[in-house]
Write a protein that binds this ligand. Structure first.
Ligand SMILES: NC(=O)C1=CN([C@@H]2O[C@H](COP(=O)(O)OP(=O)(O)OC[C@H]3O[C@@H](n4cnc5c(N)ncnc54)[C@H](O)[C@@H]3O)[C@@H](O)[C@H]2O)C=CC1
Ligand SMILES: N[C@@H](CC=O)C(=O)O
Length: 372
């Protein structure tokens, strides 16, 4: 069997993209031996510059990028892959860019499969969501985005497998944010003010540069919307009912410096919420899709400490999937936490799934050639 060369075009060389390059370079020999595939990065980009190297990156990629990267448009990248006769193309979106998402359809139409850690394409309006899928079907391409919801935990794949086996999913609920998992896990177990734990989460890099993105509920709302659409609910982000963790007197309307200096305002309301719970309960910030009542919510709840959600530790995510066959005993997936290595490994997993599919197709073509 001949080695299949896969050309990976990487948009975004920040935390996730950088870790992905390192993981691929370290495991290249392993993939050759175990899977008979060769993963190459002929093009990598940040938001404004691209570095082109037809034969793929070397360990000196950072220095090469700094020296030789040039301004680009997505059209230039498509043209380069055509001119160089590059086949088996996978575009990786390791950005948080709304701009790049606009090029997905053009990439698909020009021969690219897509792997994304970016949530945006799946949370825009449902017409765009359908248009991507229509093009994927027409051009026989794959689009995988496991890490955009579960980071390293295979949530989307599990839900998809259940749904397309004909199983009726009745409810999905869980803790989808690593940063909010960390904050409420510590808040439940330690006698510290909410603001101190929030600041620790920020210092450890568990939140966005502006932690209001997580506290607003947006991040969780987008994740549950993606899952709802996986089970073919035709919903929009505006239909997700979000109870924000921000306060009327400390929210997104305030300047960054006001927000940074007045985090103590969180302490009293969250202390009250903690003290007024039932005994042996803890607070958890969850996303919930209730298929029966057709509602999607993001909210703060109080859970028994010995329940699946209540026992959560560290930065773990946990997802309960209720199905008709499983009744009141949900399928539970837990783990993942956060960190660029975990997420990059998840992106790599998606790349390898698509590579496996390409390899199967390639072998079929080879067999057909032999028989002709
Ligand atoms: N960091 C994490 O733990 C997780 C991140 N994600 C998602 O992964 C994506 C990447 O996250 P990070 O690596 O942490 O971000 P980052 O900010 O470290 O890196 C983003 C990279 O994208 C580049 N970029 C921005 N716009 C671009 C464009 N239009 N074209 C090409 N490149 C562009 C930037 O220059 C930078 O190199 C985001 O969508 C994030 O939400 C998902 C799960 C967890
Ligand atoms: N902020 C997110 C990380 C990426 O999605 C989280 O806390 O889970």
């Amino acid at each position: 069997m001949s080695t299949l060369r896969i050309n990976v075009v990487l948009f975004g060389i920040g935390n996730i993209g950088g870790a992905l390059i390192q993981q691929v370079l370290e495991s290249q020999q392993f993939f050759l031996e175990k899977k008979n595939i060769e993963l190459r990065f002929p093009i990598i980009t940040n938001s404004s510059l691209a570095f082109f190297e037809k034969e793929g990156l070397k360990n000196t990629w950072e220095a090469n990028f700094a020296q030789s990267a040039i301004p680009f448009r997505v059209e230039d990248i498509i043209e380069y892959t055509e001119n160089q006769g590059l086949e088996n193309l996978i575009a990786i979106d390791a950005t948080a860019s709304p701009e790049l998402v606009k090029s997905y359809i053009s990439l698909i139409q020009n021969g690219f499969h897509i792997v994304s850690a970016n949530k945006i394409a799946n949370t825009l309006n449902h017409d765009f969501y359908k248009e991507i899928r229509r093009n994927l079907k027409k051009f026989d391409k794959s689009y995988l985005y496991e890490t955009s919801v579960g980071k390293g935990v295979p949530i989307i794949n599990t839900i998809r497998d259940l749904h397309f086996s004909g199983e009726k999913i009745t409810k999905i609920r869980g803790v989808f944010s690593s940063s909010l998992s960390y904050i409420f896990n510590r808040f439940g177990n330690e006698k510290l003010p909410f603001s101190k734990i929030l600041q620790d989460a920020e210092k450890l890099g568990y939140t966005n540069a502006d932690s209001r993105e997580e506290l607003s509920g947006n991040d969780v709302a987008e994740k549950v919307l993606i899952l709802a659409r996986e089970i073919e609910l035709q919903v929009e982000i505006t239909e997700v009912k979000i109870t924000s963790l921000l306060l009327p007197n400390l929210n997104r309307k305030h300047t960054k410096s006001e927000y940074a200096s007045r985090k103590d305002l969180f302490d009293t309301p969250y202390k009250i919420a903690k003290l007024t719970q039932k005994e042996h309960h803890v607070l958890r910030y969850i996303g919930e899709i209730d298929v029966e009542s057709n509602t999607i919510e993001v909210k703060l709840v109080s859970e028994p400490i010995n329940s699946a959600l209540g026992q959560l530790k560290g930065t773990d995510n946990i997802i309960e999937i209720y199905t008709k066959s499983n009744g009141v005993n949900p399928i539970i997936i837990q783990g993942g936490g956060t960190g660029k290595q975990i997420v990059a490994r998840g992106v790599l997993n998606d790349i390898l799934k698509i590579s496996d599919r390409m390899q199967q197709l390639d072998q079929t073509k080879y067999k057909e050639r032999v028989w002709l």
